[in-house]
Design a protein around this ligand. Structure first.
Ligand SMILES: Nc1ncnc2c1ncn2[C@@H]1O[C@H](COP(=O)(O)OP(=O)(O)OP(=O)(O)O)[C@@H](O)[C@H]1O
Ligand SMILES: [Mg+2]
Length: 227
């Protein structure tokens, strides 16, 4: 891997379908993300942002090319090995929150910590502290259906931060939020970068978040253009 990079893609291509119906969603993408930066992935609808993020998060395999994550060559791993890598190295924040509906805010965050082997008491303490920090101390026992979009997204951010992963991948995290709430969520991600040294790769077509970025990577028709 490139020195100081948390994530590196080497000539990554992803094709969906075959024959006449084949769509090249990502084409020959090479990029190295430096540690401790907030990088925006910007481009029009259908450009390949979500596909890129899924490949970066080892949720989708590239058709060709290599993905390296915090020193690990993830494209060389088996399906069985991937969940442990995701748990150790990644946090995810999605546009549609993707919280578990039957669990409270506290339980949604605690689950990740328990999955990583922390005791229930330890996981609960850390989950509470994180939710408190994100101004959700009064929502610990609320279920997602009773929370506002901004509250749900803050729970998702807490969940992504819980394991202290080196990299957080966010796909349109402000897409379902009003501008004030969206700005607050971006500030939380920025705070993680500044205070914890986390790296964030965030797909967006929200121009309002431009000012918080250390770097912008543009994608168009599956091709990357660094700025
Ligand atoms: N599972 C799939 N099967 C077939 N084609 C797909 C699949 N996922 C994505 N595509 C295609 O790949 C291209 C890139 O899609 P992708 O979802 O990555 O774009 P995006 O930049 O995230 O767009 P948006 O801003 O609308 O979310 C599109 O042409 C899309 O139709
Ligand atoms: Mg998308």
């Amino acid at each position: 891997m490139t020195e100081g990079a948390v994530l590196e893609l080497k000539d990554v291509t992803r094709v969906f379908g075959a024959g006449d119906a084949a769509v090249t969603a990502v084409s020959g993408a090479s990029v190295a993300l430096p540690k401790g930066e907030l990088v925006l992935l910007m481009g029009p609808s259908g450009a390949g942002k979500s596909t890129m993020l899924q490949i970066c998060g080892a949720l989708l395999r590239p058709t060709s090319g290599e993905v390296w994550l915090d020193g690990t060559h993830v494209t060389a791993l088996t399906e069985k090995q991937l969940p442990a890598v995701r748990l150790a190295k990644l946090g995810f924040v999605f546009q549609a929150f993707q919280l578990l509906a039957n669990l409270t805010a506290l339980e949604n965050v605690r689950l990740v910590l328990e999955a990583k082997g922390r005791s229930k008491a330890d996981a609960e303490g850390r989950a509470k502290a994180l939710l408190d920090e994100l101004s959700l101390g009064h929502r610990l026992h609320s279920k997602p259906a009773t929370m506002s979009g901004g509250e749900k997204q803050r729970v998702a951010v807490a969940r992504a931060l819980a394991n202290e992963p080196p990299l957080i991948l966010a796909d349109e995290p402000t897409g379902n939020l009003d501008s004030k709430t969206g700005a607050a969520v971006m500030r939380l991600l920025l705070q993680a970068v500044k205070e914890r040294g986390t790296s964030v790769l965030c797909a967006t077509h929200d121009n309002r978040v431009l000012e918080v970025a250390d770097r912008i990577v543009r994608i168009e028709d599956g091709r990357l253009r660094d700025e």
